[in-house]
Write a protein that binds this ligand. Structure first.
Ligand SMILES: NC(=O)c1ccc[n+]([C@@H]2O[C@H](COP(=O)([O-])OP(=O)(O)OC[C@H]3O[C@@H](n4cnc5c(N)ncnc54)[C@H](OP(=O)(O)O)[C@@H]3O)[C@@H](O)[C@H]2O)c1
Length: 250
């Protein structure tokens, strides 16, 4: 397997941080599979990477649909037989700054279905292919909004933040990171959480035509730590929660 390209699957990769990461990893020589809920948008994203001269493949993949996850696993299994890197990037935020007292349960359930259960479904389905790779990685895209340490720290700006469904779903992603990091330790698969930071994508319904507010990062800054981990040849970091500037409290 030494001379084979690294094979990487990214969920929610047709735009935003996922696409930025896909382009960078394809440029770095990885064989990148882009997941998208839409065949058309998957194709458009793949075309952009191919037009830039790099290799990419597209997949229809909604992380709330087990049948689509199973089909993706079967396809990569038949075509490649292993997976080096799984990046669980697909995410939604529906409850920005609504009071927890009146936040509808079904809104939080939708967030959990994509952010937490989507991540866990993907990991469960792809463990066999990741195990087939020499030194595999799972990178879960979390958020500083999911840090219990920051949310409970009176000196942190996150102390004032209230987005119960999104925050809890990303805190749950972090628990998945810790749990799988321990459970998979003997397989050579590492599992880490990354916080992209506040980034100028259309996340949460942001209009891309609006001016970028002060303090919001560019998309390449948002993807930087994910790319750094995905291209880290040592693959020693395991069970950590990091961002561009270092470690975050769980
Ligand atoms: N942007 C930020 O400020 C920020 C900060 C911290 C963490 N994050 C995290 O970074 C990740 C990427 O966010 P982004 O900023 O790049 O947002 P984005 O531009 O909205 O991209 C999110 C991607 O996830 C996909 N997605 C949504 N539901 C899905 C599902 N059920 N199955 C598969 N894919 C699905 C979206 O596809 P559709 O277009 O089909 O919906 C889209 O491709 C998310 O996990 C987010 O929580 C973002």
């Amino acid at each position: 397997m030494e001379n084979k390209p690294k094979v990487t699957l990214i969920t929610g990769a047709d735009k935003g941080i996922g696409f930025e990461t896909a382009m960078a990893l394809a440029k770095a020589g990885q064989q990148v599979w882009l997941g998208s809920r839409s065949q058309n948008r998957a194709k458009q994203a793949v075309d952009k990477i191919r037009q830039a001269g790099y290799h990419a493949e597209g997949l229809v993949l909604d992380v709330t649909k087990q049948s689509e996850i199973d089909r993706a696993e079967q396809l990569i299994s038949e075509k490649i037989g292993y997976l080096d890197i799984l990046i669980n990037n697909a995410g939604i935020a529906l409850d920005n700054h609504e009071a927890a007292a009146t936040l509808p349960i079904d809104v939080m359930q939708k967030e959990f279905d994509v952010n937490f259960f989507g991540t866990v479904r993907m990991i469960q389905a792809f463990i066999p292919l990741l195990t087939n790779a020499k030194s595999a990685k799972i990178i879960n895209i979390s958020s500083n909004m999911g840090s219990l340490g920051l949310a409970s720290d009176k000196n942190s700006r996150f102390y004032q933040v209230s987005s119960l469904g999104y925050q809890a779903s990303k805190a749950a992603v972090n628990v998945a990171t810790i749990t799988f990091a321990k459970e998979l330790e003997d397989t050579g698969i590492t599992v880490n959480s990354v916080n992209p930071g506040w980034t100028a994508t259309s996340f949460g319904g942001r209009d891309l035509n609006q001016p970028v507010p002060q303090g919001m990062q560019s998309v390449d800054e948002g993807a930087a730590q994910i790319i750094k981990l995905a291209t880290d040849a040592d693959n020693q970091l395991n069970g950590a929660f990091t961002e561009n500037v270092g470690y975050l409290p769980w």
